[in-house]
Design a protein around this ligand. Structure first.
Ligand SMILES: Cc1cc2nc3c(=O)[nH]c(=O)nc-3n(C[C@H](O)[C@H](O)[C@H](O)COP(=O)(O)OP(=O)(O)OC[C@H]3O[C@@H](n4cnc5c(N)ncnc54)[C@H](O)[C@@H]3O)c2cc1C
Length: 334
């Protein structure tokens, strides 16, 4: 009999639990540790921010589904993984023993790396449904009294798609409200060019996205390092192709959403042999940690750097291979 424990019940963790239960022997136990009793469909967060969806539309209780499939749920946060003891320490101090562990916690959002950034600062976030709900309150005030928008992704970010998506969604919402003409929009990104997406582009993403942005009158600043965000203004250093500072911008805004850099969650950060310096779980081509071989990782929290082919099966959002560096010029990921 083996006890298989999965930390995280998001887009990676939930399917992992279902498939693990199907593949495991009948005598094995599968347990999910989740800091929330609910599953949130993260890709729908931008719609919550502009009130096209409510929170209840994009979340569901996970216990009934897990129970039906014979999977146990511990609905509290994992505080620390102890790989040398095969234990996970929980928020309330109790420990869970495992034979195999799958880490599926997603990222920690590194708002703290830029002064004034994030939902506790002056810019909004759509990375979590709670952030999107807060952004919606800001959006309500903004649409009553519109002004400039700054949207994009900061240096170190590796997930760019949602920034473009949110820009287009805001544009559509403003047009429907017939106030688009009152809103100058600027897209600020650490990508070296529009459509890079942290991936060196996808097909003709450069041409297509530049054209879509021009059509919608969205200006852009690429190779940008966001240095500070204050109430109503963003400080951005634009860099040239050699990574040298080219121009300083102070961009006024009444609504802003900037995607942050990712790092590993506190429960695993700094565990030697388990994580890389950013806190991502180092995994091989089988998504297994080379040192603690009963630990695996799925989703954004894994770093497939130690596999024989780092481009095979790796998650482009893990903030490692596709990282745009702190000087604002993009890592060319081929
Ligand atoms: C706004 C936005 C839009 C997106 N749109 C798309 C899209 O259209 N298409 C697409 O393919 N991808 C999209 N993505 C990316 C996609 O959402 C992620 O790749 C995906 O959510 C990653 O899954 P995950 O399981 O690794 O992490 P998550 O889905 O973030 O799940 C991690 C889970 O672990 C839990 N957790 C974290 N720490 C702990 C802990 N210590 N203890 C217990 N539980 C913990 C969290 O609460 C969370 O439930 C989008 C992302 C964002 C932010």
């Amino acid at each position: 009999m083996a006890h298989i424990v999965i930390i995280g019940a998001g887009i990676g963790g939930m399917p992992m639990a279902f498939e693990m239960k199907e593949l495991a022997r009948s005598e094995d136990r599968v347990t999910v540790i989740s800091e929330s009793s609910k599953f949130h469909f993260v890709p729908s967060n931008p719609w919550v921010a502009v009130d096209w969806r409510k929170r209840k539309d994009i979340e569901m209780e996970i216990e009934p589904t897990l129970k039906r499939k014979g999977i146990a749920l511990i609905a509290q946060s994992a505080q620390r993984v102890h790989p040398e003891r095969n234990q996970v320490e929980l928020l309330d101090g109790t420990v869970v023993d495992y034979d195999y562990l799958v880490i599926a916690t997603g990222p920690k959002l590194a708002f703290d790396e830029i002064p004034g950034m994030g939902p506790d600062g002056y810019s909004q976030s759509i990375c979590h449904v709670s952030h999107a709900e807060k952004a919606k309150l800001n959006w309500d005030r903004f649409t009553d009294d519109p002004g400039p928008i700054v949207v994009g992704a900061v240096q170190g970010a590796s997930c760019f798609g949602p920034a473009y998506e949110y820009a287009m969604i805001m544009d559509t919402d403003l047009r429907r409200r017939k106030i688009r003409d009152k809103v100058p929009m600027t897209y600020v990104t650490s990508e070296p060019y529009i459509g890079h997406l942290g991936l060196g582009g996808v097909g003709d993403s450069k041409g297509l996205l530049e054209s879509a942005m021009r059509d919608r009158h969205i200006k852009w600043i690429c190779n940008a390092k966001t240095t500070k965000i204050e109430d109503g203004q963003m400080f951005v250093t634009e860099h040239d192709d050699n990574g040298q500072p080219k121009k300083e911008h102070v961009l006024p805004f009444k609504h802003s959403m900037m995607l942050p850099a990712f790092k590993g969650v506190d429960a695993v950060f700094g565990i030697e042999g388990l994580t890389n310096p950013r806190g991502f779980i180092t995994i091989d081509d089988h998504q297994r940690n080379p040192k603690f071989t009963n630990i695996f990782s799925v989703g954004v929290c894994g770093d497939p750097a130690c596999g024989s082919d780092p481009h095979s099966g790796g998650d482009a959002q893990n903030g490692f291979h596709d990282r745009v560096d702190g000087h604002g010029h993009g890592a060319q990921h081929s």
